[in-house]
Write a protein that binds this ligand. Structure first.
Ligand SMILES: Nc1ccn([C@@H]2O[C@H](COP(=O)(O)O)[C@@H](O)[C@H]2O)c(=O)n1
Ligand SMILES: C[C@@]1(CO)OP(=O)(O)OP(=O)(O)OC[C@H]1O
Length: 160
């Protein structure tokens, strides 16, 4: 049997004015967007960290430092594809990914199928292997007050 590893990722970005809201590579109509050095796609960042964590490759900030001008405003899908390549170079393939976006507003359910298609394309995964969920925190805490959006992600990877 091939070796299996699990990984976990967690990320938070603040909601601010005059930024687009991009989650899973989908631009979502909303008055506020996420602050960050990149496009601040908190869903993709958590998945990158889960993949890197599973392969013991550190975290997104190690591979794509926010002090590096090359990543200013970068499309996080490029970072996700790069993470997949980093794993593939070491013989690791993602098996499945599950993520939960913690977001009081806006409602995300109608955008999840497009996010899922984007991320499955980037990770070369069948759609039955990648799940995205959304939850509010019932108005509690920083996410509940609408100050930011958080994401938890887990993944399983296997060695060739
Ligand atoms: N930003 C969000 C948050 C939640 N949803 C969907 O609503 C359902 C109920 O969420 P609760 O936090 O009240 O449990 C949840 O299952 C999501 O499908 C959403 O679309 N967008
Ligand atoms: C992605 C990077 C790099 O542009 O910038 P941010 O958009 O600020 O995102 P963060 O989740 O803080 O993670 C790592 C960064 O190095």
């Amino acid at each position: 049997m091939s070796e299996l590893r699990i990984g976990h990722g967690f990320d938070v970005h603040a909601l601010v004015a005059e930024r687009p809201l991009i989650l899973g590579g989908v631009r979502i109509p909303f008055a506020l967007g996420l602050a960050g050095h990149s496009d601040a796609d908190v869903l993709i960042h958590a998945i990158c960290d889960a993949l890197l964590g599973a392969a013991a490759l550190g975290d997104i900030g190690r591979h794509f430092p926010d002090s590096d001008a090359r990543f200013a405003g970068v499309d996080s899908r490029i970072l996700l594809r790069h993470c997949r390549e980093l794993l593939a170079e070491r013989g690791w393939q993602p098996i499945n990914v599950d993520a939960t976006v913690v977001c009081q507003r806006p409602r995300l359910a109608e955008h999840i199928p497009s996010m899922r298609r984007n991320l499955c394309d980037d990770l070369q995964l069948g759609e039955d292997r990648l799940n995205i969920k959304a939850t509010t925190t019932e108005h509690l805490g920083y996410t509940g007050r609408g100050e930011g959006i958080a994401t938890h992600a887990v993944c399983l990877i296997a060695h060739d």
